[in-house]
Design a protein around this ligand. Structure first.
Ligand code: BGC
Length: 716
């Protein structure tokens, strides 16, 4: 067993070839003639050097839970992992302790299934609601992103395995992701696109970082020395190792120089014969004097200093039996706290005795998460329908049966067959307007409330579209909403829409037709149970939006998405600079459908007593929140700061802190204290961080547009 102390000695005994192997993965395990995988379904393995007692280490995705194959050849045991809510939903909890608890569960599964490093959290900024992988990312805001990631990483790494921050950096779209050149100002990078990574690096010391596929200001991220060495290591003090994203282009030698320590999965030439064998390329470059051997040694040491801590290096005997039941309970809690109540005109909760007419095929084909490397293979997924049945809600069974029959028939047609692709199962959306007005009216007569499920799925490799059926409702979905609303309203009954989606859709044009909107996101394996308990009122929603729901796609400030030329984008210019998400909507007076930080509750909260003081370079913000309603609930109190006009242009306000209360009973209060580093008031002026003098407004509230308390802070 190699220890940390022995790393320099071991490296000094390595041949050039052994060093070159350490910095390159073994290729996709079990494919293209590579050795059989140590853990089937894991994304990669590092090279062992048996002569020196160095074993291989195993790396596996991903952000919503460990992604490995649930079954193995000639083996009747199963290897399921827990499907947690997608990251956007985890961020909707705004609950650091919960994120840490989720991290601990995932970390235990990583360790007990023989994996060493989890390829998560993913933490790119929601620049545009159409990025196909937004569900894998937390938020449009860097502070929320960084805080959620840091908590998750702490949880994962407390289990003796590593986490990996990805994709570093400015990987905000899937279109042409391997080659797109992302042009961003240094200010927008430092304040928006890098900030979350900075927070997570400093607060949670991740073992690894994954560089992104895209180019950043002309240079591939994996070859970008400014990004990987100057910013990540010198400015932030990162001590782990950097790996490429899988098959990232382009030049292994440049990667080594830039401080991209490891090339994954290795053997790119196996999938694309025009590519180089990385090990050979590195050896040749050293021999020919094009790569300084010291650079290679630096990278090898960075890698080994991390790998010596892995279970594989320690010879850990894993059980293949993580506590899936305990983790299911955490997945359920995380989901409950991540549900966001967007609209409620007396529609919710429906109570336990209400007769419910459930519409939309998503009640059966419930989407647990997105596709691609962010997918998971859990023991089960509780659909919305089954969750309601299990919780004994009074579902109209005839209506449920009608949906089941319709789905069985339509999915048997070639056109709608569920496709299995390399990125997971693709469910072609089926028309939702298969029930006529009369039929719906019959269900309206005999039920108390209608719930309409609207689902979306997206994933790796493609972006969503600003079209009907994707960002907008399809015509058939709109017809369903119209027919159901008309029929139920005629009978004086309420209608609720359930959004089973991974990223915002347009709601403004149809929301007046319904009385309630519950954003249930893609909540993982427990989705149905979570939804049932929120709908019935067994649990009170406390999630808040980590990302804005715009009125219309034309309001979104990232006009250049996904780049130019339109047919085959090569370049994307982030002209909007720092004005991403609410920073744009608030500064330029654009009304969103639902603003950043928004989310209703079944109870109400009052804020009072805001005090702001500076103690030892820290800004202490204190206030009190009281539950003034009639049900127990939790509140997410948000602290925004509005900077004075100064040398650099400032957004209207920025999130600087937040706190989720404990469960407060009616009449109960919590005293809250949020501490901000003085540095958090700084903006990047293009060269350095500056805190401008003047009067800052500290704004505390229940959302970015529901500010309840304001106080001043003078910086002189
Ligand atoms: C994804 C990464 C993932 C890797 C390994 C890539 O396609 O972009 O997020 O970790 O594959 O599965």
């Amino acid at each position: 067993m190699v220890t940390l102390k022995e790393v320099p000695d071991i490296v000094s005994r390595m041949t050039l070839e052994e060093k070159a192997r350490i910095v390159v993965g073994i290729g996709i395990p079990g494919m293209f003639g590579n050795p059989p995988p140590r853990v089937p379904g894991a994304a990669g393995e590092t090279h062992p050097v048996e002569r020196l007692g160095i074993p291989s280490a195993v790396l596996a995705d991903g952000p919503a839970g460990l992604r490995i194959n649930p079954r193995r050849e000639n083996d009747d045991k199963t290897y399921h992992s827990t499907a947690f809510p997608v990251e956007t939903m985890l961020a909707s909890t705004w609950n650091r302790e919960l994120l840490e608890a989720v991290g601990r569960c995932v970390g235990e599964e990583v360790r007990e299934y023989g994996v060493d490093i989890l390829l998560a959290p993913a933490m790119n900024i929601h620049r545009n609601p159409l990025c196909g992988r937004n569900f894998e990312y937390y938020s449009e805001d860097p502070l929320l992103t960084g805080e959620m990631a840091a908590a998750f990483v702490k949880g994962v790494q407390s289990q003796g395995v590593g986490a990996c921050l990805k994709h570093f950096a400015a990987n905000n779209q899937e279109t042409n992701r391997f080659l797109i050149d992302t042009l961003v100002s240094e200010r927008a990078l430092r304040e928006i696109y890098l900030k979350g990574f900075e927070i997570a690096v400093k607060k949670s010391k991740p073992w690894t970082v994954m560089s992104a596929y895209n180019k950043l200001n002309g240079e591939h991220c994996s070859q970008n020395e400014w990004l990987l060495t100057r910013v990540l290591r010198c400015d932030w003090g990162f001590e782990g190792f950097v790996m490429t994203d899988w098959f990232a282009k382009d030049d292994p030698v440049e990667m080594m120089r830039a401080g991209n320590d490891m090339i994954m999965p290795g053997k790119a030439n196996q999938v694309d014969p025009s590519r180089k064998d990385e090990v050979e390329a590195i050896i040749n470059a050293v021999r020919e004097g094009r790569l300084n051997e010291e650079t290679l040694i630096r990278n090898v040491k960075n890698i080994l200093r991390v790998l010596v801590n892995t279970p594989s290096f320690k010879g850990y005997e894993y059980s293949n039996k993580p506590d899936l039941d305990a983790h299911a309970r955490v997945a359920y809690e995380a989901g409950v706290e991540g549900v966001v109540l967007l609209k409620n005109d007396g529609a919710l909760p429906v109570g336990k005795d209400a007769k419910i007419a459930l519409f939309g095929t998503g009640q059966i084909e419930t989407i647990k998460g997105g596709t691609g490397s962010g997918d998971t293979h859990p023991r089960y997924v509780i659909s919305i329908l089954d969750g309601m049945r299990e919780k004994r809600l009074r579902i109209d069974e005839e209506l449920a049966e009608t949906h089941a029959k319709y789905l069985a028939e339509i999915r048997s047609r070639a056109e709608y067959r569920i496709e299995k692709t390399m990125f997971g199962e693709v469910f072609k959306p089926v028309p939702q307007d298969f029930l006529g007005e009369e039929e719906i009216s019959r269900f309206a007569e005999r039920n108390d409330v209608a719930i309409i499920v609207i689902s979306r799925i997206s994933g790796e490799g493609y972006d969503r579209k600003p079209e009907k059926g994707d960002f907008y409702l399809s015509d058939d979905e709109r017809t369903l909403v119209e027919r159901v609303s008309k029929a139920f309203h005629q009978h004086g009954k309420k209608v609720v829409a359930l959004l089973n989606i991974g990223s915002p859709i347009e709601v403004a044009s149809w929301r007046n037709m319904v009385d309630g909107i519950l954003l249930t996101w893609q909540a993982g394996q427990e989705t149905g149970r979570i939804v049932a308990d929120i709908v019935s009122g067994e649990r009170n929603p406390s999630g808040k939006l980590p990302t804005t729901f715009p009125m219309d796609y034309s309001d979104v400030p990232s006009w250049s998405f996904p780049g130019k030329p339109r047919e085959n984008p090569q370049r994307v210019v982030y002209d909007e600079g720092i004005y991403v998400g609410y920073r744009y909507y608030d500064s330029f007076g654009v009304e969103p459908a639902y603003e950043f930080g928004f989310g209703l509750s079944y109870t109400s909260f009052e804020y009072r007593g805001l005090m702001v003081e500076v103690v030892n370079n820290r800004v202490i913000v204190s206030f009190e929140v009281e539950n003034t309603g009639s049900l127990p609930g939790k509140e997410v109190a948000q602290v925004y700061v509005r900077a004075p006009k100064g040398r650099v242009d400032k957004p209207f306000q920025e999130l600087k802190g937040f706190h989720k209360t404990r469960l407060l009973n009616p009449g109960e209060k919590e005293g809250i204290r949020v501490e901000l580093d003085f540095d958090m008031l700084a903006s990047y002026d293009g060269e350095k961080w500056v805190v401008e003098k003047g009067e800052y407004e500290v704004r505390v509230g229940s959302s970015s547009r529901d500010i309840r308390l304001v106080n001043r802070l003078i910086v002189s």
